[in-house]
Design a protein around this ligand. Structure first.
Ligand code: KG4
Ligand code: ZN
Length: 352
């Protein structure tokens, strides 16, 4: 690395079903390769951890090679390696960590084991504009639903709330299954909702009752909603009626979107922070984006949505966290660090 150039960091992400390898130079995105094992999980209706881990093993080397080709670099150009240490599926994380340790040891490079959730927020710095802090961040995917208050990416990240049962994407996946739709559920519910009336069925908005305000103001729950859809399907079946699938899909989606955005904006207001950042695969939902745009504008909140390929799980966001740590002069993670499937949001880098 020349004295003036920002560090080139290769980031590896394997917390769920995407094998992501990204390369950044400081905050500039050079490569973002993703190999997904999603189709292998389709017939199970959700991610199967052992299948994901095996798929990461197979995809790792070709994905690293492809990222280097995209960035027009060789391993000689890499200054540091970053890898997701958690949270995520333990077996899947271990594959990424093993690969990162092998690479770092062989090339004598510093290695940073970093937090996946912080990565989702850091992804925004790669979009070309500076990330304004503090911000509220809503991260919604198949594996997590987290509401964060981010004051400083390098360590001051507070978890305000998270799901107490299913993740938002998981709710889409499970509900799609109930409706006989394919996996992943988000896109298939979107397709089924076309022409449906989002107000046709008043599905429950989890943890929004006045009694929930004390303990669960910024937590989420989607299992009651899923059960409510199941009751709907059963009732229609018992009555021998055709299920109004478009109305059910549209009303379900509306309930999820409504509660996500309402709680995120409540957090903005309660903390006096007029900024909201979205991340995670559920951001692909056009209705979520539309409602977010509309309600943020009405509330005077500036909304940031990174490009979709930086919202879904990817290695570039992990590389971005690594580049930030290198730039700050932080020491790398100790050689023996392990996967931490429940890593807390405020731990940017694992140090033991
Ligand atoms: O961040 P992501 O790619 O990775 C994991 O969680 O592994 O998110 C995937 C999740 C799945 O649960 C999928 O159903 C959901 O994001 N998703 C959507 C949409 N597209 C993907 N959810 C709602 N609407 C969508 N259009
Ligand atoms: Zn994620």
């Amino acid at each position: 690395m020349s004295a003036s150039a920002a560090p080139v960091v290769l980031g590896i992400e394997t917390s769920c079903d995407e094998t992501g390898v990204g390369i950044v130079r400081g905050t500039a995105l050079l490569a973002n390769r993703i190999a997904s094992s999603m189709e292998l999980h389709a017939r199970f209706g959700g991610v199967v951890p052992e299948i994901a881990a095996r798929a990461h093993l197979e995809a790792m080397e070709p994905t690293i090679r492809a990222a280097l080709v995209d960035a027009q670099l060789t391993l000689d150009d890499i200054d540091a390696v970053a890898v997701t240490a958690g949270p995520g599926l333990a077996g899947a994380l271990m594959v990424g960590i093993g690969a990162a340790k092998g690479l770092a040891t062989a090339r004598e490079l510093p290695l940073y084991g970093v937090n996946h959730l912080v990565g989702h927020v850091a992804a925004d710095v790669l979009s070309g504009e500076p990330l304004e802090l503090p911000t509220i961040a809503l991260l919604v995917s198949g594996g997590h639903t987290s509401l964060l208050l981010v004051r400083d990416l390098a360590g001051d990240v507070e978890l305000l709330g998270e799901t107490i049962d299913d993740a938002a994407g998981e709710a889409f996946d499970k509900t799609a299954r109930l409706l006989g739709l394919s996996y992943p559920g988000g896109p298939s519910i979107d397709a089924a909702a076309v022409g449906g009336d989002p107000r046709a069925i008043a599905f429950p908005r989890g943890l929004t009752a006045p009694k929930d305000r004390q303990k669960h103001r910024w937590n989420f729950s989607f299992s009651g909603l899923k059960t409510s859809v199941a009751r709907h399907v059963e009732r229609a079946q018992a009555a021998g009626e055709a299920l109004p699938t478009a109305d059910v899909a549209a009303s379900f989606r509306e309930a999820v979107v409504d509660v996500l955005i309402a709680k995120a904006l409540d957090a903005c207001q309660a903390h006096g922070i007029p900024r909201l950042l979205l991340g995670g695969g559920v951001v692909a939902n056009a209705r979520l984006r539309d409602v977010a745009i509309e309600r943020c504008e009405a509330a005077g909140v500036t909304l940031r949505i990174p490009p979709l390929e930086l919202c879904t799980d990817n290695g570039a966001m992990i590389a971005a966290v690594g580049a930030m740590l290198v730039a700050r002069g932080d020491a790398p993670s100790p050689a023996g660090f392990a996967a931490e499937s429940t890593l807390e949001a405020n731990v940017v880098q694992v140090v033991e």
